[in-house]
Ligand binder design. Structure first.
Ligand code: GRF
Length: 218
């Protein structure tokens, strides 16, 4: 077993309710993505849509850090990208109100927080009740909050992973939609472990979006 773990770069276990990949809703899901940085999870959603695996369209990407790579990725795919810099808002609620305004203007039905490094408030969650999804790089409820990868390494766990869940006001605490497990290797650094966790994030995120939408639409 250990040998196979050592040779397979992405050994994994995904939670069993992952099977639906294609949403059962009629029209494409209208997604709005919130992202703070790199945007690889955004791009994986776009690729799943482009290849016909996820029946959805990304209406808009909102990002909060000027120069975030996700903006360039959005531009490449022709997706509108709107900068809402949190530094320009005195309160979280004011930022969230601006986010809601953009999401509604772009007729978004579901919000996907894909590397959104801001705490959200009821202003956003009330507008998208049970329609906001987050991806987190640990097996929740272990290691919520920031630096989840570093937390896992510091705790010495042998298995960590990623979780897609519905968003509730408590940070990283909503109902779990899907998880994938990733072993921690003895020589892992935060970077190497995060890279393997991200491979699994990219596998489960499109499936979890379809799963969440199919549960509320059937
Ligand atoms: C992911 O690891 C996600 O779980 C965490 O932030 C990271 C975002 O990665 N919340 P990317 O920007 O999608 O590449």
């Amino acid at each position: 077993m250990l040998d196979s773990l050592a040779t397979d770069p992405t050994p994994s276990l995904i939670s069993p309710d992952m099977l639906p990949y294609q949403s059962r809703t009629t029209g494409p899901l209208k997604l709005g993505v919130l992202a703070s940085g790199n945007g690889s999870n955004f791009e994986i959603m776009i690729e799943a849509i482009a290849s016909g695996q996820l029946h959805a369209q990304v209406q808009v990407v909102i990002y909060n850090n000027p120069g975030a790579k996700v903006a360039a990725r959005a531009e490449r795919w022709g997706v509108p990208a709107i900068l809402l810099n949190h530094r320009e808002y005195d309160r979280r609620e004011y930022l969230d109100a601006a986010i809601v305004e953009v999401l509604q203007r772009y007729e978004v039905e579901w919000v996907v927080m894909a590397g959104w490094m801001r705490i959200v408030t009821p202003v956003l969650l009330d507008a998208f009740e049970n329609r906001a999804i987050n991806i987190h790089p640990s097996l929740l409820p272990s290691f919520p909050g920031v630096r989840a990868i570093e937390q896992a390494l510091a705790a010495g766990v042998k298995i960590t992973g990623c979780t897609v869940h519905l968003v509730v006001p408590e940070v990283d605490a909503g109902p779990i939609l899907m998880q994938a497990a990733v072993p921690v290797m003895p020589d892992d650094t935060p970077e190497s472990l995060h890279a393997r966790v991200q491979v699994m994030e990219h596998r489960i995120l499109p499936r979890a979006i379809a799963l969440a939408a199919s549960r509320t639409s059937s």
